[in-house]
Design a protein around this ligand. Structure first.
Ligand SMILES: *Cc1c(COP(=O)(O)O)cnc(C)c1O
Length: 407
């Protein structure tokens, strides 16, 4: 049976969003293509954003202990009390935000499930969702799956901060959700308070909800992360989403959470209980341990990553890319145009052969109509060990000469 003959909401939505090929098969994403290229060629994979070393010992040990202690069955639907308490304590400690662990928090299978359940719960077919562009690729797919209409506000180099007038123009009475992401993947931009305040003001003016993806909340470099929910007037209309994966180098554990007013949590729980119901019992108390680590852990994690950013940024600059130094996240955007490459997709396909490095084109994070504006930009992940980044930097440094010779 041809996949095209299989009916269903996902097929319909995915076809509309361009996620399926004409025969109904899943469109090969550039991510899958680049990961396959990395393993086929042995190139250094700076394409996918996962760390190549383990996180804090205490966190790993807590998971092992939980398994030994028999924490291996379904946890409660909202999450294990120890984790709910730890998330509430974390919000209080870092942001002075008081949340009720019993009614205002929901533990999810990663930030991804939190996003999926939230959009499925809050959107009626045809409702508009405004995001920045480029955007984390799951946003487009999940908005489509929920029957929503995706509108974007472009972030442009060199600083990738949104233009506030464009933001204002994009948000209208048909906007149901403003989906914020700070620190931002893929650009590394961190939104300042004045931009967040404008978003809150627009959400009030047009009576929309704010959903904010803050999975890189602890990974900023010299600029503060400000949760939009802590701004005046924001809390009652905001769903804050985060995850332990990026903070504790445990991306494979998929322990995420959301924080929202009780009626929103209840509505989202109604969807979530039939997606995964629950997940990761022994990992929940382990992430609770992580959230309770001393401040030094969090500052060191950011300082380590900042050093890695600087190693890769130096290498890319030396290689002839023009870069935007990210203020947070795992990623750096590099413009290949100064090297004579105007098509980042073509460059990324050849990069393993030219420099033994894999990266992804920024167009993978863009709507088809806006891809030409981002055509020469490449995303590199720097959440890798320093020697790996140094080797990548060294290999990339010959790119200008190899590229000239190859042309
Ligand atoms: C990695 C990432 C996620 C996914 O988080 P999980 O906890 O692994 O589901 C969501 N949003 C952004 C912006 C990310 O970079």
């Amino acid at each position: 049976m041809q996949a095209a003959m299989i009916p269903g909401a996902w097929q319909r939505a995915a076809r509309g969003a361009g996620l399926l090929a004409d025969d109904g098969s899943i469109a090969a994403t550039i991510f899958a293509e680049m990961s396959a290229l990395a393993s086929a060629t042995g190139a250094i994979n700076l394409g996918q954003g996962f760390p190549d070393e383990d996180g804090p010992r205490e966190v790993l040990a807590a998971a092992e202990k939980a398994i030994r202690d028999g924490v291996n069955q379904y946890p409660p639907g909202r999450g294990m009390p120890v984790l709910l308490e730890a998330i509430a304590a974390h919000q209080r400690r870092f942001y002075g935000q008081f949340v009720d662990p019993a009614t205002e928090i929901l533990v999810t299978a990663g930030a991804t499930e939190a996003l999926a359940a939230t959009l499925l719960a809050l959107l009626e077919p045809g409702d508009e969702v405004v995001t920045f562009e480029p955007y984390y690729d799951a946003y487009g797919a999940l908005i489509a799956l929920a029957g929503g209409v995706h509108r974007t506000v472009r972030l442009r180099s060199p600083d990738f901060q949104p233009d506030l007038d464009e933001l204002e123009a994009a948000i209208t009475d048909t906007t149901r959700v403003i989906l914020v992401n700070t620190p931002h993947n893929p650009t590394g931009t961190v939104l300042p308070r004045e931009t967040l305040a404008r978003i809150v003001e627009l959400a009030h003016r047009h009576d929309c909800l704010i959903v904010t993806d803050e999975v890189y909340e602890h990974l900023t470099f010299g600029v503060p992360h400000i949760p939009i929910a802590t701004l005046p007037g924001a809390r009652e209309r905001t769903v804050t989403i985060s995850s332990g994966g990026k903070t504790f180098n445990t991306t494979g554990w998929k322990i995420g959470w959301l924080i929202a007013p009780p009626p929103l949590v209840t509505a989202i729980l109604a969807v979530k209980q039939f997606l995964t119901y629950v997940n990761g019992a022994p990992f929940q108390p382990a992430i609770a341990v992580g959230l309770g680590l001393p401040d030094a852990f969090f500052t060191n994690a950011a300082d380590d990553l900042r050093l890695k950013r600087d190693v890769l940024a130096g290498g890319l600059t030396q290689a002839g890319f023009s870069i935007t130094r990210p203020q947070g996240s795992y990623f750096i955007v590099a413009d290949a145009a100064p090297l004579g490459f105007t098509d980042a997709v073509a460059l990324c396909r050849r990069l393993p052969e030219l420099a033994g490095v894999v990266a992804v084109p920024i167009t993978a994070f863009c709507t088809p109509e806006h891809r030409p504006e981002y055509a020469s930009l490449v995303r590199f992940a720097y959440c890798k060990r320093v020697p790996v980044l140094e080797r990548a930097a060294m290999q990339l440094s010959t790119l200008a000469s190899t590229a000239a010779a190859a042309r």
